[in-house]
Design a protein around this ligand. Structure first.
Ligand SMILES: [Zn+2]
Length: 227
């Protein structure tokens, strides 16, 4: 893995241990992404721990023991403001709903994620999340073309197996049990759409149909919750 140091001034002290890994796409080409994420004079200063170029080159902007500013308003498994407890990777892609991620980039991402999880074993598979998982509706990255199943096959993050019985009961509570935010500022349909974007990218219509309910039941089963 080719690693280039590109320090960003945008970071803060960590108060809590890392147990979440957040994946993003940049929306910008590499040069512009590095510029924005290393700009200490913007009104809204942003950063990430790593930027991953399309050819697989890794740029390190912020040390993992410092907080980077990538998640914004966010929620996962009962906690808000995930920057404090997460590592953020910005993957160069102009729009992950429209553009595939090159193989070299995904191979490097898998290696990088393995390294990070090795250093922070508290990052359980269910805590490898997309920005769209922790900020439904507000964020759509890393997008519908992001190969979550490939990552899961490499031991990074979860992927549902088919064939579970659809769960019955309150969809919103079931989503929250997995980690998704409560329906505050967004609707349950928005959160269902975020779930589908991640776990059923073929149809992210926000409808809690039987297939969606079965996928969620399978995932809850994988993390040891009753569906
Ligand atoms: Zn993002």
């Amino acid at each position: 893995m080719k690693l280039i140091e590109r320090p960003s001034p945008n970071h803060a002290a960590r108060q809590s241990a890392v147990d979440v890994l957040v994946l993003h796409y940049t929306e910008l080409p590499l040069d512009e992404s590095l510029k924005v994420l290393c700009d200490g004079k913007r009104p809204n200063r942003v950063s990430a721990h790593y930027v991953l170029a399309e050819d697989g080159t890794v740029y390190r902007l912020v040390a993992e023991d410092r907080v980077a500013w990538h998640a914004g308003r966010s929620h996962w498994r009962g906690r808000d403001a995930l920057n404090g407890t997460s590592i953020g990777i910005e993957i160069v892609n102009l729009h992950g709903d429209k553009h595939d991620y090159p193989d070299a980039q995904i191979a490097a991402l898998i290696a990088l994620c393995r390294d990070i999880i090795g250093r922070h074993p508290a990052i359980e598979p269910r805590n490898v999340v997309g920005h769209s998982d922790i900020a439904p509706k507000r964020k759509v990255d890393p997008g519908l073309r992001f190969p979550w199943a490939t990552l899961a096959a490499s031991g990074i993050g979860l992927w549902p197996a088919g064939g579970a019985m659809p769960l019955v009961g309150d969809m919103q509570l079931a989503l929250q049990r997995f980690g998704y935010p409560p329906a505050v500022e967004v609707t349950t349909d928005d959160i269902v759409a975020a779930f589908q974007r991640r776990f059923r990218p073929g149809r992210d219509d926000g409808a809690a149909d039987p297939e969606t309910c079965a996928l969620l039941a399978d995932l809850l089963d994988q993390v040891g919750h009753e569906a």
